[in-house]
Design a protein around this ligand. Structure first.
Ligand code: ADP
Ligand code: PEP
Ligand code: CA
Ligand code: MN
Length: 658
């Protein structure tokens, strides 16, 4: 092999011919015609790769050449105040940006706290260190943070980020605590059946300090400043301080994302979450019965999370806050999905959380390719109509199929958080049937990932109110039309069933009753919400429906779950108005009006008794469930619903009769 310039006979040190290149003027230039190099060093080259984010919007209020800097300072001061210990004089020294990045701006803010603590000069190590703040990072930045620093974070084949939520793969309702003070003492629902387990102010402060100290001990924390509620008049500003990119991305997806301009004028949040989920609470602390504590202080407008990394605690924790704040403004908060037809007809879908039961279908049925999605889980109903509280959806993934739920399937792409799913180690393809980590696998995605989501997520007053129950006893009809009193009876009951394994491994259906289809999140007595719902349904002429998305032809074990395709046909008939005009007959025991025919659904399944081969077993099961309803409702008979004694009496009479 004789390359050019190697033929002049000269030898180098090792005896090989010396490479001799000679530039000839007449030679055509082949491969050195590339564009000139713009960097002199590798570092310089890398610095060229990233440009400053798009220019910021007008600097409202602050003017002058240092306006930008001033605004950043104000932002950092606000975050430093959030992170301030309440027993020390100052907030931590916060600095914006990743500590690992060279370009992190070393702009330090030591916020002087308004707190009056004895002016001793207390120096501790914590006051010497910086807390780096990763503020409202983008999904791409959060992916990089998760993948670099969080074990168990991987990119799935569809581009979603797969994460693990740790030991807790669902909410911990027994570990929820609410500060009982002079105000909440009278306002909130306490005692038997209530989700609000009390704690005192002092204990809250102990846990708050624990969380804040934990967060400040880290190199960096994530801060999300976002909104709740698409109704502009009733929008709430929330700040979430967390330690994991997973938590920050989850809330980025689930809350409403501010525009650049909205973020610049964000100011002080209305509510703050301190998520120190990796760190346990101290069980020697009063009121603590486990290592997990989710503490709500309405007066301070703060929530502290210790000992659970399940991200749903933040979403549902804020929902509880809305269940307090909104009714104060005569706005009804709803644990429901919502969608709207092409002609503007609006439907609500109530149902219990899949966390404690089989999912009832809020997310699945509100995500309907033929309708506009308003939201899948949390809404407000005001005099202006319905508004979604959130900016994203949180879909169950177990047994997810592309064919049956294409819109949810397609939403699982770059930016989506996939919790606790199992995937192929090489292809990173998710196996949605795998329950190895948990059955409660989830996907959290921004609502605009659903192609027919309506932005802004607001709609007019509902025409239909659909109560979903996954009846594992298999005795409730696939659909029944409800009177207003029946709607209230079933709303207050909040029935679904879950299938729990017994010691022998035999699975038995178990009835769950959760007032307002979300007792875990309500703050006031259920009758308060029920009265508001009755008033609104009456005023706007909405029709109530009970839809069983659970079993048919026998209880769990002998019957089978009603096909999703049939439930969708039933829902279509409700939306179109055709079901309202159908012929009805009344069932025994529950006194439900069931249609004799629904387009696209075999008529024989509409009456549950027809589908059971063992009629005696059917009757026994029906009576058993009726008894469970009666027993549960016993707790409400002493309460009046609304101003109207007549309605209260009617509701009591609208339950099962036998
Ligand atoms: N007939 C049915 N109707 C609704 N959902 C069904 C039906 N059959 C099976 N499913 C499944 O049940 C689950 C319902 O859960 P989901 O919609 O997430 O409930 P929720 O949002 O109320 O917690 C989904 O996994 C869905 O695929
Ligand atoms: C978000 C939750 O529930 P669901 O979507 O099933 O209502 C949850 O319980 O954490
Ligand atoms: Ca829910
Ligand atoms: Mn849901």
């Amino acid at each position: 092999m004789a390359a050019n310039g190697m033929n002049n006979g000269a030898t180098g040190r090792n005896g090989l011919a010396k490479i001799h290149t000679e530039k000839r003027a007449d030679e055509v230039c082949h491969d050195d015609s590339t564009t000139p190099m713009k960097a002199q060093t590798i570092d310089e080259l890398h610095s060229l790769q990233m440009k400053k984010s798009a220019p910021t919007t007008p600097l409202n209020g602050i003017q002058g050449p240092f306006a930008e800097e001033e605004r950043t300072k104000q932002q950092l001061q606000s975050i430093s105040a959030s992170l301030a210990s309440l027993t020390r004089e100052t907030g931590p020294k916060v600095v914006r940006g990743d500590p690992a990045s060279k370009s992190a701006t070393p702009r330090v803010v030591s916020h002087h706290h308004h707190h009056h603590v004895s002016p001793t000069i207390s120096v501790s190590d914590s006051s010497l260190k910086f807390t780096h703040v990763l503020y409202n990072l983008s999904p791409a930045e959060l992916y990089e943070q998760a993948i670099k620093y969080e074990k168990g974070s991987f990119i799935s084949s569809s581009g979603a980020i797969a994460t693990l939520s740790g030991a807790k793969t669902g909410r911990s309702p027994k570990d929820k605590r609410v500060v009982r003070d002079e105000t909440t003492e009278h306002d909130l629902w306490w005692g038997k059946g209530s989700p609000n387990i009390e704690m005192d102010e002092q204990t809250f402060m102990v846990n708050r300090e624990r969380a804040v100290d934990y967060l400040n001990s880290l190199d960096k924390v994530f801060v999300n400043d976002q909104f709740l509620n698409w109704d502009p008049q009733n929008r709430i500003k929330v700040r979430i301080v967390s330690a994991r990119a997973y938590h920050s991305l989850f809330m980025h997806n689930m809350c409403i994302r501010p525009t650049a301009e909205e973020l610049e004028n964000f100011g002080t949040p209305d509510f703050t979450i301190y998520n120190a989920g990796q760190f346990p609470c101290n069980r020697y602390t009063h009121y603590m019965t486990s290592s997990t504590s989710i503490d709500l202080n309405l007066a301070r407008r703060e929530m502290v999370i210790l000992g659970t990394q399940y991200a749903g605690e933040m979403k549902k924790g804020l929902f509880s806050v809305m269940h307090y704040l909104m009714p104060k403004r005569q706005i009804l908060s709803l644990h429901s999905g919502c969608n709207m037809g092409k002609d503007g007809d609006v439907a609500l879908f109530f149902g219990l959380s899949g966390n404690v039961s089989s999912g009832t279908g809020k997310t699945t049925l509100s995500t309907d390719h033929n309708r506009y999605l308003i939201g899948d889980d949390e809404h407000c109903w005001s005099d202006n109509g319905v508004s979604n509280i959130e900016g994203g959806c949180y879909a169950k993934c177990i047994d997810l199929s592309r064919e049956k739920e294409p819109d949810i399937w397609n939403a699982i792409k770059f930016g989506t958080v996939l919790e606790n799913v199992v995937f192929d180690e090489h292809t990173r393809e998710v196996d949605y049937s795998d329950k190895s980590v948990t059955e409660n696998t989830r996907a959290a995605y921004p609502i605009e990932y659903i192609p027919n989501a309506k932005i802004p997520c607001v709609a007019s007053h509902p025409r239909n109110v659909i109560l979903l129950a996954c009846d594992a006893f298999g005795v409730l009809p696939p659909v029944s039309k409800l009177t207003l009193a029946q709607t209230m009876y079933h709303f207050i009951s909040g029935y679904t069933a879950l299938v729990a394994g017994t010691e022998e491994g035999i699975k038995e259906p178990q009835a769950t009753f959760s007032a307002c289809f979300g007792a875990a999140f309500i703050m006031l007595h259920p009758t308060k919400y029920a009265a508001m719902l009755a008033e609104k349904m009456q005023k706007h002429g909405a029709t109530g429906w009970l839809v069983n998305t659970g079993w048919s032809g026998g209880r769990y074990g002998s019957g089978s779950r009603i096909k999703l395709a049939y439930t969708r046909k039933i829902i279509d008939a409700i939306h179109s108005g055709s079901l309202l005009k159908a012929e009805y007959k009344r069932t025994e025991v529950f006194g439900l009006e069931i249609p004799t025919a629904v387009e696209g659904v075999p008529s024989d399944i509409l009456e549950p008794m027809n589908t059971w081969t063992d009629k005696k077993a059917y009757k026994e099961t029906l009576l058993k469930l009726g008894g469970l309803f009666k027993n549960n409702f016993g707790g409400f008979v002493a309460h009046k619903i609304g101003e109207d004694d007549k309605l209260t009496d009617e509701i009591l009479a609208a339950g099962p009769v036998f």
